[in-house]
Design a protein around this ligand. Structure first.
Ligand code: HEC
Ligand code: HEC
Ligand code: HEC
Ligand code: HEC
Length: 147
């Protein structure tokens, strides 16, 4: 049941993305986002990540500010965002396609050119924070094999 909800929710999120241009001002995303960007990757080699978005930002979860992850076209944090607001997908700016290698995000911070890669930007965001704040950094803790 839980799994089914996540699938439906991720469809709702995609719909929201398509309609974001006009009709659905203020559409928010579901709590759990199925991270399966099919434009960035020519098929997924790893199990798809179910990102618990809600738990990351909610006050009774980890309480992380929206601006820790969402920023503007200059990379400045969107600190004034609040629950229910729209936000751009990461791939709208970090639109370099294809997977890199773990070296791209396990080592020193990459430069702007390397960050153009969606693969690199997303891993630097997730893993970079986890290294500091204690979230998972092992591949299979995020890329969890379906039961
Ligand atoms: C820990 C990082 C993190 C935090 C904190 C966070 N988000 Fe997100 N958010 C993401 C990621 C990653 C995605 C997926 C984007 C994608 O697939 O390109 C996302 C997706 C979204 C989407 C859907 C965008 C789309 O592609 O349609 C909205 C809307 C959103 N976030 C709003 C918020 C708001 C409002 C807050 C604060 C209340 C917030 N987020 C906090 C990381 C975060
Ligand atoms: C509107 C365009 C835009 C969007 C949307 C966007 N970024 Fe960025 N991002 C940038 C720019 C510009 C920089 C600065 C690059 C530099 O440092 O030279 C940046 C920097 C970064 C960095 C390196 C600096 C840091 O904060 O650690 C990471 C990681 C990152 N983005 C991840 C993400 C993630 C994850 C998302 C989606 C939740 C996202 N970006 C959405 C434009 C964007
Ligand atoms: C700004 C900091 C930050 C960012 C960015 C972040 N996380 Fe986390 N994450 C945390 C914290 C804090 C925890 C809780 C650690 C603990 O329980 O000790 C956590 C826990 C987790 C967990 C384990 C518990 C759970 O919720 O299932 C997963 C999986 C996870 N994060 C995935 C992600 C993914 C995927 C991304 C990127 C899309 C991401 N995180 C981005 C801070 C962050
Ligand atoms: C903190 C969570 C997290 C960790 C740890 C993590 N990843 Fe990822 N990874 C993601 C997210 C989120 C995506 C984006 C998936 C999408 O949007 O399609 C991703 C995408 C990928 C992709 C491209 C999509 C695919 O399935 O082919 C590969 C390859 C990948 N990761 C490999 C790895 C490897 C190897 C490791 C360990 C060295 C690792 N990841 C560790 C969260 C994580």
């Amino acid at each position: 049941m839980k799994k089914r909800f996540a699938i439906l929710a991720s469809i709702a999120c995609v719909v929201a993305l398509f309609l974001a241009a006009g009709l659905y001002a203020g559409t928010s995303c579901p709590d759990v986002i199925e991270m399966e960007n099919q434009e960035a990757f020519d098929g997924h080699r790893m199990p798809v990540v179910a990102f618990d978005h809600g738990t990351h930002y909610k006050a009774d979860g980890y309480g992380i500010g929206c601006g820790e992850c969402h920023h503007d076209e200059n990379g400045e944090p969107l600190a004034e965002l609040k629950e229910g607001d729209e936000a751009q997908g990461c791939f709208e700016c970090h639109n370099g396609t294809g997977p890199g290698t773990p070296k791209d995000f396990m080592g020193p911070p990459p430069d702007a050119e390397a960050l153009n890669s969606y693969y690199t930007a997303i891993h630097v965001n997730c893993v970079g924070c986890h290294k500091q704040q204690g979230g998972p950094v092992a591949c299979n803790q995020c890329h969890v094999k379906p039961e």
